[in-house]
Design a protein around this ligand. Sequence first.
Ligand SMILES: [Zn+2]
Length: 457
Amino acid sequence: MFGRKKIKVRLAPSPTGYMHVGTAQSALYNWLFAKKNGGEFLFRIEDTDIERSTKEYEQSILEALEWLELKWDGEVVHQSKRRIHYRRALEKLITNKKAFWCNHTKEELEAERKEEEENKQPPRHICSCKSSSAFGRHYPASNPGQNFILRLAVNEQKITFNDVIRGPIEFEASLLGDFSIAKSLDEPLYNFAVVVDDAEMGITHAIRGEDHISNTPKQILIYEALGLPLPIFAHLPLILAPDRSKLSKRHGGMAVADYKKDYLPEALINFLGGLSYTFSKEIISREEMVKEFDLTKVHKSGAVFDVKKLNWLNSQYIKKLPPKEFKNLTNLNISDAAAALITERLERLMDAQEFSYLWSEPQYGKELLKWKNSGFEQVKASLSRSLEVLKAAEMSREAILAGLEKLSVELGNKGLVFWPLRVALSGKEKSPDPIDIALALGKQETIKRIEKAISLL
Ligand SMILES: [Zn+2]
């Protein structure tokens, strides 16, 4: 148990791009943790960066979460509507002398940074404004001058926290210097806004990507300065590209929206769930994941995004799709038998186009009808006999197979029967068994296609 407080977690993306698969995984693990513990999964849009945030990106993030059916609790919180809260918190820190206005110029800070670099010191600014006798005397109440920036007064101390996934982590506060927390009372910087929001939203567990670890010591110092209780931190491992570098835009296929056309949401959820966690089985529903999920058991090391695994999982979920649902998803107007023939063999939804011969007459050159070194006359004879079989047989696998096998024995060559028939029906070098295709096409269309093939010879 984590005390008497109700568990609250959150997903807090910035709408400065489409939703990344890593964010989707964070959303899933937060959601699983909330469901497992009877808690709440909250959703906050970090849209304080006015220049880079757009409504379009925000909409795409909402749509991605809805598509994945990761439903959040309550209203969507927008940082852009919460400025008064940040302002109050900043004023409180100034009053308590925990934050101060620094008026060092860009040039001064740049020169300091250079010197630190030469002396192999960490880049930081230990500000002389902090130690001036009139603490905060540069408070630009009436004139918010351009040089002023609000910094947290940081004392030398060790910052430690116990990461649920990674164990104890320690930082030296002095390495951070008096870091900036706001450009003005109305322009809080990232870490400050996050702390104020998480505290006011009652977030008990900050579960997020490993790339946030470096933000955590700063956030802890801000919590302490504001006199707020700390949440529990858990940093999820990164998702890696096959070459084990951080998955980034150059690897392509990072936006959740890109997966919509090819993948079923349940397959992607299953894949992302198993990427950094070992569940008891490979194919697992989200309900089963909730039952098994234990935050302390999330892997520490990065997980490689293996698209082959994703495709395999997707094929397993596609197989289970009822024909009607498959036809809805792909907008294909085909028979149930044709839908079943496709779903049995499909890894990605868009690849259904490879089965276009099931709904439109295939085009192919007559050369393709030839089986090995047989001549056109032999192929024509074989197809004519197959046509008789198909005309006479009832449309069942057993009946057609019996007829074609009998014919194979007569001609002394199975390939000579099955190959041209398959090409006549699909127009492809590779396709399912001709009997399956015939059953999907129906008797009339099957006969029509064989007759057409014969006419080519
Ligand atoms: Zn300064």
